[in-house]
Write a protein that binds this ligand. Structure first.
Ligand code: GLP
Length: 241
């Protein structure tokens, strides 16, 4: 794995955005796999700056990793709303080229199949990932088994607690989500994993340095041949570099 350590999340975001730019300018029909969460905000800020400086994204397709079940796209804490706020409303990607799972689908099994078909039709050139403090990627939570395709997941108590900061209180955090599975993530041609802050230091060490473990879902990225890990000094402090 290629590990890059930056002084600040903002510096790291600029580097990540430059990798995205390379994909966007080198492919005829680039497909970006996108993530949500505080970590990716500096990446989107830097990417929006590139677009403001002339980067054309009208030919880009995007696929997001996940969405909360029960939150409509216009719910302020939905991942649809997050993407609109931080990226889609600021750049010219055609709305029909942006894809997220539908958290209010009446038939969730059919929605998982629909999303798998979207992924098959649009093979991901580059997938951006954050990491949960428990090692989750997307919403693939620590478990005995990791599921390959898009599926419904019960969020762990730890994830609900961590994500409560985006809601009024912990009670409001949805208990379930719909997420892309680990095989879909691993099929991306290139992966960027980002983590910032001291609270991610231990899980980054476990994900990168220990063996592959289903209770640390991000460790499965060790199987992929083109992963760039983008850290700040705090999240990298338990690695021997
Ligand atoms: C959520 C998302 C993940 C993300 C994680 C980390 O649970 N489903 O895709 O990586 O949060 O979030 P943050 O970047 O806010 O620490």
């Amino acid at each position: 794995m290629n590990i890059r350590v930056f002084r600040t999340p903002s510096d790291a975001g600029i580097y990540a955005a430059s990798i995205l730019e390379r994909v966007v300018t080198s492919k005829e029909r680039p497909v970006l796999g996108l993530a949500t969460g505080g970590t990716v905000i500096p990446v989107y800020e830097a990417f929006v700056n590139l677009v403001r400086c002339g980067l054309d994204v009208s030919h880009v397709t995007t696929l997001n990793l996940d969405e909360y079940i029960g939150l409509a796209p216009d719910h302020p804490q939905s991942y649809h709303a997050f993407m609109n706020e931080h990226l889609f409303s600021k750049v010219g990607i055609p709305v029909e080229s942006t894809h997220l799972p539908n958290g209010i689908a009446s038939d969730l099994r059919a929605e998982c199949e629909r999303y798998n078909a979207v992924i098959r039709k649009n093979p991901i050139d580059i997938q951006i990932l954050g990491i949960g403090v428990n090692g989750h990627i997307g919403f693939n939570e620590p478990s005995h088994t990791l599921i390959t395709g898009t599926h419904v997941v019960n969020l762990s108590a730890e994830t609900i607690k961590m994500n409560a900061r985006f809601f009024q209180n912990e009670e409001e955090v949805p208990r379930q989500a719909i997420t892309m599975g680990v095989q879909s993530i691993l099929q991306a041609k290139q992966i960027i994993l980002l983590a910032f802050g001291a609270q991610k230091a231990e899980i980054i060490r476990e994900a990168l340095n220990d063996g592959i473990r289903t209770d640390v879902p991000a460790s499965i990225l060790q199987l992929h041949k083109d992963v760039t890990v983008i850290l700040d000094e705090q999240s990298a402090r338990h690695l021997d570099l």
